[in-house]
Write a protein that binds this ligand. Structure first.
Ligand code: ATP
Ligand code: MG
Ligand code: MG
Ligand code: MG
Length: 479
């Protein structure tokens, strides 16, 4: 089943269960100080769960554009490294606002997966909340008994509070959740890695696909829990992961959601995907990031030096840098992918077609300007190497390149290593910390290209451009 059919069958199914089908809310959130980007299907409905306002229907389903690069959910470091975390992805969801509860949510989820999508029952695992004594919370036996109708007991696993109890925040609606995982290991791999404990992403081919949240409590300001008068259901299923299962693939990037992009990147950069792990990571990163950037621009959020625009700029620059470093692409090329992306996804998200020219032009401009920065930085770095009096380059010098010229630190580290030099990372970290302290004190907006973003301490954008990334690069260089 291709991705278009997969998406429409989800919506059709819930329509047949009397859900109102709505369009995705924008991925870029305006006017919410706690959230820059929609990071789950639930986010646009938050106010209804808090009791502010009423939804058009008490049963709703949709596919929501999500971005997980900041705050509580930051998957950036996984992207490209694994095969099922993206920055931008679609979350399929169905909701009950004070209407149906666990019974329908579980029975319909099972019906959809096994009867409509015809996923082999044998590869499905589910988790339920095991309870938590310190909170006086009981094990979710109601969910357990419902699952027991369909799933053998040895594939119903207990999960702890971290994985199986959802909370909106310090206060507000919360409750146990039940996750559905798929085991797509080959028979051979299964023999090598037996056991049911692989659930919860301990094995790259045992993947969570759907989370069913049952909101039945309210966390009060005092921290105590009270029962909600009306119970709600909030579910989220990763669309690209579902496509992976339905298309019998081992990676989201091998589904038709991504293959047109991957093919195009391969053609433009003259690289064959699947031959060299380092290049494959770069190709996956670019295929992923171009979606995040394109959807964001289509929503009206252009790359800039502040807030959400800054996050987008950094995502795009990260893609450019991967192309520059690993695919040897020294001129703009990411903008060329928009044609393919809008052809692939324009049906479901027409904004990609109406805004195609804008998206293309903005990306091309950004690529041009950042590539100029990289060029200048390379010349300066060459100078630093030539004038160095030891094989260890000072962190101060690297910081200067980073801070004044916007040259990414991981690129500096990589080039130095390739040339047989090392970098005094401690010195660099100290400089970075001092600069952060200074800018925090001045509470001004950062304008450097590769500075760790601080946004009101609400959203924390953990830097992929810090030495953490270098560790990752080091790791896969050894492969
Ligand atoms: P994971 O444990 O794999 O990181 P999660 O528990 O953080 O997932 P949820 O918040 O429960 O994810 O979101 C609901 C569903 O959305 C998940 O079951 C998964 O299928 C999908 N999903 C979550 N994060 C991503 C991502 N970064 N890329 C693609 N799909 C995702
Ligand atoms: Mg996660
Ligand atoms: Mg999870
Ligand atoms: Mg989950």
């Amino acid at each position: 089943m291709n991705s278009k059919e997969t998406r429409s069958q989800f919506l059709e199914f819930f329509k047949s269960k009397q859900h109102l089908i709505v369009s995705s809310a924008p991925m870029v959130v305006k006017n919410d100080p706690t959230l820059m980007f929609t990071n789950s299907g639930m986010a646009p409905f938050k106010e209804y769960f808090l009791g502010n306002g009423k939804p058009k229907s008490n049963r709703i389903a949709d596919t929501q554009k999500c971005l997980r690069v900041s705050g509580k959910h930051n998957d950036l470091e996984e992207v490209g490294m694994d095969t099922y975390h993206h920055t931008m992805f679609e979350m399929l969801g169905n909701w009950s606002f004070g209407d149906y509860f666990k019974k329908e949510a579980i029975e319909w989820a099972w019906e959809l997966l096994t009867e409509v999508y015809k996923i082999d029952k044998e590869i499905l695992y589910v988790t339920i909340f095991e309870g938590d004594e310190s909170e006086g919370l009981e094990r979710d036996t109601e969910a357990y008994n419902l699952w027991k109708q369909f799933v053998p007991e040895n594939r119903i696993l207990n999960g702890n509070k971290k994985d199986n109890f959802w909370e909106m925040g310090d206060q507000g609606p919360c409750g146990p959740c039940s996750e559905i995982h798929v085991d797509i290991r080959s028979a051979e791999e299964k023999a090598k890695t037996p056991g049911k404990d692989l659930v919860n992403n301990d094995h790259p081919q045992v993947v969570e696909i759907w989370n069913l949240v049952f909101m039945q409590f309210n966390r009060k300001a005092s921290g105590s829990l009270e029962k909600l008068p009306a119970q709600h259901v909030d579910t989220g299923m990763g669309f690209e992961r579902l496509c992976m299962v339905l298309q019998n693939k081992q990676s989201n990037y091998d589904t038709d959601v991504f293959t047109p992009l991957i093919r195009e990147i391969g053609a433009i950069t003259n690289t064959n995907y699947g031959k060299d792990e380092r290049k494959d990571i770069a190709i996956r990163v670019i295929a992923d990031h171009v979606r995040a950037v394109a959807f964001s621009i289509a929503d009206g959020q252009l790359p800039s030096n502040t807030g959400a625009g800054y996050v987008i700029r950094r995502i795009l620059r990260r893609a450019i840098r991967y192309g520059f470093t690993f695919l040897d692409k020294k001129e703009p090329f990411i903008y060329k992918l928009i044609e393919t992306l809008s052809a692939q996804m324009g049906d479901a998200f027409p904004e990609l077609i109406t805004e195609k020219n804008l998206i293309t032009n903005v990306i091309r401009e950004e690529e041009n300007s950042f590539l100029r920065t990289l060029d200048q930085g390379l010349v300066l770095l060459e100078n630093v190497i030539e004038t160095a009096d030891s094989k260890e380059i000072s962190g101060k010098k690297a910081f200067e390149l980073y801070d004044t010229f916007g040259f990414p630190i991981d690129l500096t580290a990589l080039i130095l290593r390739e040339r047989g030099y090392s970098l005094n990372e401690k010195e660099f970290d100290t400089e970075l910390q001092q600069q952060k302290d200074r800018s925090r004190a001045a509470t001004k907006v950062e304008t450097g290209d590769w500075v760790v973003l601080e946004k009101d301490d609400v959203e924390e954008f953990v830097g992929y451009d810090t030495l953490e990334t270098q560790v990752k690069i080091t790791r896969y260089r050894k492969v």
